[in-house]
Design a protein around this ligand. Structure first.
Ligand code: TXE
Length: 489
């Protein structure tokens, strides 16, 4: 296996970073050195912001027609598909996620790029001609400017594609800081974007740590908008940074979603949904359904079904097509997950499956783990675990289910399983989250916006609303013909 080494991508080409340090990325599954990225500096950020600013003020990208930008973005989507195997391998090596999910990520990333391309042609405004004699108002939608994008490690290519192509479609220019754990696919996609025809300076990538590169970038005076995905703690720091220059931001943060199973659900589908809710992407997923609520009348049988299926989860080599749960991102995160499991046992939840670190390997693997009889005061009910650990709580009535689901500091997503349309609609209306899905889970399409409430952040990703984050309105009011004087002579 060869180690990939990346320079910074600034002004349309790979250049040496201004610092001398590098970040080594070891595969979380094998411990092998798989990539090296520059340990970026504030000077690297300054250069990238300057390149993006010049590209925005003077370069061709914002001046191209929507059709021209769409053609380039569609070429990028094509290149992502033709380079799929390489991108998949990078995601598996750097993240530790199972290969079948990495394939879905790259296909999803190409799909998002194609959808963003279509929006480049839809960027329209409004005209008013009914606002008074001789008056016409043109409300146009313009690119917001130079945008700073900060992405996390759990879906490097996919979350990048929830932001970058939407920003580019609007005519913005971009400085992206990927996670220091998983920067490879960002550099690969930036190179593919250049090959597709994104001009120099329109899409820059600076690797480095959050405390240096991320902090400097999100507080930079040369930035017009910040879009961040990551933890609630860092997100609130980022909002503090942007407020110094009164810069608009969108922050998509953690979650602690409820997956509510009513007695009248299709219980086979709901059982599969329970597994998807917690084991998809190793449980390292902001929209995981990590709190499973089961109606008491079916609880014993349904939980037995979920546990029996979870027992078959194959934890191990992420390159194996049969693997369900791969390696967690690093040893610190594994320690955090085991700490949560320990707290579940100590606080009196009933461990019904797993509970241990997988032994006999250098990788950071954790068994598929399930707790029953979890109560709202317990740490595992409240905190985002971000691992393959399911908490089950039983409920009796619709009111109980809604109260338990909303008893969280987060509000990103929630899931409902019921064949009764009244139940689905009334519960969905009462759930405090930006996203609700019924009889499906962690599903979606590029057209559908994602947003959080409460501790899960604000602003939109994907969909028309996600695109509009990268735009602003300009109102032009024109008087034709005589204007009645306000101060007649
Ligand atoms: O996140 P951070 P971490 C949750 C999840 C996870 C926890 C911690 O529970 O266990 O957060 O993960 C950059 N200014 N989520 O520590 O720190 C950082 O370099 C600007 C949920 O990895 O939020 C990385 O690029 N940027 C989440 C990005 O922020 C800074 C996905 C995310 O890292 C910065 C990831 C700073 N001061 C974790 N400090 C989701 N919503 O899916 C760090 N960064």
């Amino acid at each position: 296996m060869s180690t990939r080494s990346y320079q910074q991508f600034i002004g349309g080409r790979f250049v040496d970073g201004s610092g001398s340090g590098s970040i080594e990325r070891r595969s979380p599954a094998t411990g092998d050195l798989v990539a090296r990225y520059c340990d970026g500096t504030p000077e690297d950020v300054d250069l990238a912001v300057e390149a993006a600013r010049i590209a925005f003020e003077e370069g061709p990208w914002p001046r191209m027609s929507g059709m021209e930008r769409a053609e380039v973005l569609n070429r990028l989507a094509d290149l992502m598909r033709t380079n799929r195997d390489r991108l998949v391998r990078i995601e598996v090596e750097e993240v530790g996620k199972p290969v079948r999910f990495a394939r879905g990520d790259i296909d999803g990333a190409a799909g998002l790029t194609r959808y963003a391309a279509s929006l480049a042609m839809q960027m329209a405004g409004l005209t008013y001609t009914n606002i008074g004699e001789g008056k016409t108002a043109l409300i146009s939608r313009e690119a917001v400017g130079v945008v700073a994008l900060v992405t996390p490690w759990n879906f490097p290519a996919l979350i990048l594609s929830q932001k970058v192509p939407f920003a580019l479609a609007a005519g913005c220019t971009v400085v992206l800081k990927p996670s220091e754990f998983t920067s490879g696919s960002a550099f690969e996609i930036a190179a593919l974007a250049a090959e597709a025809g994104v001009p120099a300076g329109a899409f820059n990538v600076v690797s480095g740590y959050g405390a240096t590169v991320g902090d400097h970038l999100t507080g930079h005076a040369g930035i017009d908008f910040v879009s961040f995905t990551g933890s609630t703690r860092t997100g609130s720091r980022v909002v503090g940074n942007t407020s110094r220059h009164l810069v608009k931001s969108s922050v998509e943060l953690g979650g602690k979603s409820a997956n509510i199973v009513f007695a009248d659900a299709d219980l086979e589908a709901a059982a599969d949904g329970a597994l998807m809710g917690v084991f998809f992407n190793n449980g390292e997923c902001c929209v995981s359904g990590s709190r499973l609520f089961v109606q008491s009348s079916i609880a014993d049988d349904f939980i037995a079904k979920v546990v029996a299926r979870s027992r078959k989860m194959k934890v191990g080599d992420p390159f194996d097509d049969d693997t369900d749960v791969g390696a967690l991102i690093d040893h610190n995160h594994l320690a955090k997950v085991t700490g949560f499991v320990r707290s579940g046992i100590e606080e009196g939840a009933q461990l019904v499956l797993g509970g241990n670190v997988a032994t006999g390997t250098v990788g950071h693997f954790h068994e598929a783990t399930i707790f029953d009889r979890v109560e709202p005061h317990m740490t595992i009910f409240r905190e985002e675990i971000f691992g393959p650990v399911l908490s089950i709580t039983r409920f009796d009535t619709v009111d109980d289910a809604v109260r338990l689901a909303n008893d969280t500091a987060y509000g990103l997503s929630n899931y409902i399983w019921s064949k009764n349309i009244d139940t689905v609609l009334t519960v969905a209306k009462r759930l405090k989250s930006g996203w609700v899905q019924a009889n499906t889970i962690i599903d979606g399409a590029p057209q559908l916006p994602l947003t959080g409430v409460k501790g899960s952040g604000f602003g939109y990703e994907m969909g028309q609303a996600g695109f509009e984050e990268f735009t602003q309105l300009k109102t032009l009011l024109i008087q034709t013909g005589p204007r009645a004087p306000v101060f007649p002579v």
